[in-house]
Design a protein around this ligand. Structure first.
Ligand code: BYC
Length: 326
């Protein structure tokens, strides 16, 4: 491809057009000019998001063989399968920015790219399937609904479909917990214990506090993010408290209370040292999650090779033989 160098005026015109599209809250599309840092930021965020969907299949997948009934097994299978689909929509969105899924997968398995901190925590009881649906998918919805209006077209459109499926995920989790809460004392205790373990890690999913978030200001200016990490965290807390009351569980935060003046709940400080450790790879399941993903990738090598060989054979069959016109 010929490389065309732009003069300063042309460069400025492109930048002005990009800024105008972003400020009108319209979409940037793959063939539009975009600043290199905008592209790199999107690749980072979309890749991390895609990896989270794929790694996120593991904690719940752990319970598929032990689901307590055929109905629960069918629901859980469908949910985990949806997460694979979400990963694929997102890798496709990233591909429109010039990076291949193979490249991104390589960066995941070699530890160069991140995935959400939440999936480095174990699922110790069946109630965790319900809690992940309610709180983890609930936090994901809070974060992802505004991303439907993100400035990059393919990412926003992927989010619309993902959010519809996440709503089903959240409801199945809440319904599962409701059923357990109307069961025995042991089942109720199992739900409370699970909520106690997942509450703080769910709050950390929104990322570091705004003061410590190096990317938020620029991502907001570009319209990639529509709300800050702290705004979304607050929204999630406000949304979850009445749901917990209805369910009959409490959150493990003595500072959690309604603040009439602010019109929001006050809440305690998540353990940001623990968050940093999980991001450094020192969470309870980091090594296990990556090892499992690497093994699955290696085990699938023959499928990728077979699919590529088939695609090559099909395209060779379409090539006209030498000397033969089409
Ligand atoms: N975990 O400047 P910041 C799901 C990183 S899956 C790990 O605030 P940003 C589901 C951040 O990447 C849904 N890393 O960053 C699936 C940055 O890294 P660099 C997952 C985190 O990007 C299966 C650094 O910390 N959702 O629902 O402006 C089953 C500084 O942070 C985390 C998404 O991926 C974290 N929690 O904002 C069930 C949503 N937080 O610069 C459910 C899309 C921050 O060092 N992503 N980091 O490389 C986003 O909205 C944004 O990327 C974030 C962070 C709000 C997460």
């Amino acid at each position: 491809m010929a490389v065309v160098s732009l003069d300063e005026q042309e460069q400025q015109d492109l930048q002005d057009h990009f800024d105008a599209v972003v400020s009108r809250h319209e979409r940037i599309e793959p063939r539009d000019w975009m600043p290199e840092r905008y592209r790199a930021t999107l690749v980072r965020q979309i890749a991390q998001h895609a990896h989270s969907e794929i790694i996120g299949m593991q904690p719940e997948g752990n319970w598929i063989t032990r689901a307590p009934s055929l109905r629960r097994k069918a629901v859980l299978l469908a949910k985990v399968q949806d997460e694979a689909g979400h990963g694929l929509y997102l890798y496709s969105a990233a591909e429109t920015l010039g990076v291949s899924r193979a490249e991104l997968t390589e960066k995941l398995v070699s530890g160069q790219q991140k995935y959400s901190s939440i999936f480095n925590y174990p699922t110790l009881s069946y109630a965790d399937v319900g809690t992940i649906g309610w709180l983890v998918d609930g936090a994901a919805i809070c974060n992802q609904v505004p991303l439907c209006r993100t400035s990059y077209g393919p990412y926003g459109r992927a989010m619309i479909r993902v959010c519809k499926e996440e709503s089903f995920h959240q409801r199945q989790g809440y319904e599962l917990l409701m059923t357990m809460m109307s069961g025995t004392d042991e089942q109720r205790a199992m739900v409370q214990e699970s909520v106690d373990r997942f509450w703080w890690p769910a709050l950390m999913m929104f990322g570091p506090p705004d003061d410590d978030s190096p990317n938020t200001a620029q991502s907001m200016a570009w319209g990639i993010k529509r709300d800050t990490n702290d705004e979304l965290r607050q929204k999630f807390v406000d949304m979850s408290v009445p749901q917990a009351e209805r369910l009959g569980v409490t959150f493990p935060d003595p500072e959690l209370r309604w603040n009439a003046e602010r019109g929001h709940h006050d809440f305690g400080r998540p353990d940001w040292e623990e968050f940093a450790a999980v991001l450094r790879g020192e969470g309870p399941c980091n090594a296990q999650r990556l090892e499992h993903r690497r093994r699955a990738h290696d085990d699938g090598a023959w499928v990728r090779e077979a699919a590529l060989a088939y695609a090559r054979r099909e395209s060779d069959a379409l090539e006209p033989a030498a000397g033969e016109g089409r």
